[in-house]
Design a protein around this ligand. Structure first.
Ligand SMILES: Cc1ncc(COP(=O)(O)O)c(C=O)c1O
Length: 375
């Protein structure tokens, strides 16, 4: 009897989809999966309405020229180095296929974003995980990072700002990482889908430090609150974009043409109209609401410097119990670990939800914790 390839073991439901399904089933407030409750900005929606009926056929796999130019202008890079993808997810998949294969290793940090492991394995490579140190904040264990590098290592895969920890690399961490990549001649994949979501200093750019070896991943979905549009990009080291786009053509061939045109129009508008500072301010308020609410219950939180995620310790609680009995969905820390143990009681909460949803989740959690304490 014909059977599916063993690789399909990687096809199991992600924890994010699982928790969202449970949230719907139990009528819980979903602070699990990271999709915004707010709609995308009007200028983006209007641009898309104009583009449908005007830009409807295949674009080149490398992307619609005007979108590549808009991204290049926004990031201060050359348009020839920009490849458009179906979201950050496809960008990461194409890079996995292009940079490593059987026998190779990819070094990443733990906790990690879920697509990194299956994508490395689909490409035939082995992920090697270096646990971050959790003191009062999340820190990179630089000596451990260097110890993880072997002759098989092809790339360092890093996230900045970081999902799930919400941390951004300090200058010392970033410079050390770049020095390691140079010393061991490694690629750096810098996943920067949250590049405009930070609460203090803007995150450092690995690309600026080592343009010859850094691939940067971006996402219009994250920047413009339209995660379902699936428009992302890669900025490649000089000269490599045609080959990366050549690999990309065997996946989705090209991204949705009218949505590429809409994002091309919206990116300069977002910059000109101060959309990102507005977005950051709005997220900062919701971050503070969640952080202060959890702290008021006596829970330990780790202040995020970016993204729309907050990590906290909820001792002796199971994620599935939380969704069923408290009516609040959050992602258990164990979902972000594969080789090292997750810190006990670690949860990730998404605050890309409305203030009302966050308040309601806090009320439910508080009532549940009280009932457990006295019950
Ligand atoms: C760190 C990180 N990288 C990549 C992605 C995927 O981005 P996109 O939605 O554009 O595919 C996500 C989405 O949650 C993410 O958190």
């Amino acid at each position: 009897m014909a059977s599916l390839h063993p690789r399909t073991q990687l096809s199991k439901e992600s924890v994010f989809a699982h928790m969202s399904r449970l949230a719907t089933q139990y009528g819980a407030i979903n602070l699990g999966q990271g999709f915004p409750s707010n709609p995308p900005p009007t200028f983006l929606l209007e641009a898309a309405r104009r583009a449908i009926g005007a830009v409807d056929q295949y674009t080149p796999p490398i992307g619609l020229p005007r979108l590549r130019e808009a991204i290049a202008e926004d990031l201060g890079v050359a348009p020839e180095d920009v490849v458009i993808t179906a979201g950050g997810t496809e960008a990461l998949q194409v890079l996995a296929e292009s940079l490593y294969g059987p026998g190779d290793e990819v070094v990443m940090l733990e906790p990690y974003f879920d697509v990194y492991i299956p994508q490395a394995r689909i490409a035939g490579a082995e992920p090697v995980m270096v646990p971050m140190r959790l003191t009062d904040r999340w820190e990179v264990d630089l000596p451990a990072l260097e110890r993880a590098i072997t002759v098989r290592t092809q790339a360092l895969l890093l996230t900045n700002p970081y999902n799930p920890t919400g941390s951004v690399f300090s200058r010392a961490e970033a410079e050390h990482i770049v020095a390691l990549a140079r010393k061991h001649d490694l690629w750096i994949i810098s996943d920067e889908v949250y590049d405009e979501l930070y609460f203090a200093e803007p995150p450092l750019s690995f690309r600026k430090m080592a343009p010859e070896r850094v691939f940067t991943v971006g996402s219009a979905g994250k920047r413009l609150e339209a995660t379902g549009w699936r428009i992302g990009w890669i900025v490649t080291p000089p000269g490599l974009a045609p080959q990366i786009a050549g690999m990309r053509q065997w996946n989705s061939f090209c991204s949705a043409a009218p949505l590429q045109a809409a994002v091309a129009e919206a990116l300069p508008m977002a910059r000109k109209e101060g959309f990102y500072p507005h977005l950051r301010e709005s997220y900062k308020q919701r971050k503070n609401l969640l952080e202060q609410g959890l702290q008021a219950m006596g829970l330990k939180t780790f202040a995020p410097a970016g993204t729309y995620f907050l990590t906290a310790i909820l001792p002796e609680l199971e994620a599935e119990t939380l969704v069923r009995e408290a009516g609040v969905a959050a992602i258990p820390g164990s979902a972000f670990y594969i080789q090292n143990p997750a810190p006990k009681g670690l949860f990730r909460f998404a605050f890309c939800k409305t203030a009302q949803e966050i308040e309601q989740a806090l009320n439910r959690l508080q009532a549940y914790l009280k009932q457990r304490a006295y019950g």
